[in-house]
Design a protein around this ligand. Structure first.
Ligand SMILES: [Zn+2]
Length: 158
């Protein structure tokens, strides 16, 4: 089992950086394997639906997602959203990096594409594609935004 890592909180400037792609050769490194295990452990311990590497202080294009429907954790390396539905849906979102002054999570309404497809590499470096259902699609959009320095509070509906 991995370690629980400290979460970088808004307004840390590193949350606003554009993260760098992960060289696929790095996936064979012990440090990278440990980092992925630690991110999974951190997400599960904090009951997050997803976690992006910038949230634990690494500005690299790596995210983990807890797919509650299929009961699996997916690791997405260098994810790219390749298709977005026309249809959009507004729903409440929160983020492990966004707390109010009292230290409680902030939730707010965000419009997202109902469905997205995403190409990524798994932790073995195999190219994969996910055709997301509405829940996974929302999480993917939220987490990929983190890799581009975007937080859900930037997108709140008025
Ligand atoms: Zn987040």
């Amino acid at each position: 089992m991995g370690k629980i890592l400290p979460i970088v909180l808004h307004p840390a400037p590193s949350l606003r950086e554009i993260s760098k792609p992960v060289p696929l050769a790095d996936l064979a490194n012990k440090e990278m394997k440990e980092l992925i295990e630690d991110m999974k452990a951190t997400m599960m311990a904090l009951d997050g639906a997803g976690l992006a590497a910038p949230q634990i202080g690494k500005n690299i294009r790596l995210i983990v997602i807890n797919n509650e429907r299929s009961k699996e954790i997916i690791t997405l390396v260098n994810p790219v959203i390749t298709k977005k539905s026309w249809g959009r849906k507004v729903d409440q979102e929160g983020c492990l990096s966004v707390l109010d002054a009292k230290g409680d999570f902030i939730y707010g309404p965000v419009s997202r594409h109902k469905k997205v497809n995403c190409i990524y590499y798994d932790e073995l470096g195999q190219k994969k594609k996910i055709e997301g259902d509405w829940l996974i699609s929302r999480i993917i959009q939220h987490e990929v935004d983190h890799l581009d320095g975007i937080l859900f509070i930037d997108k709140l509906e008025k």
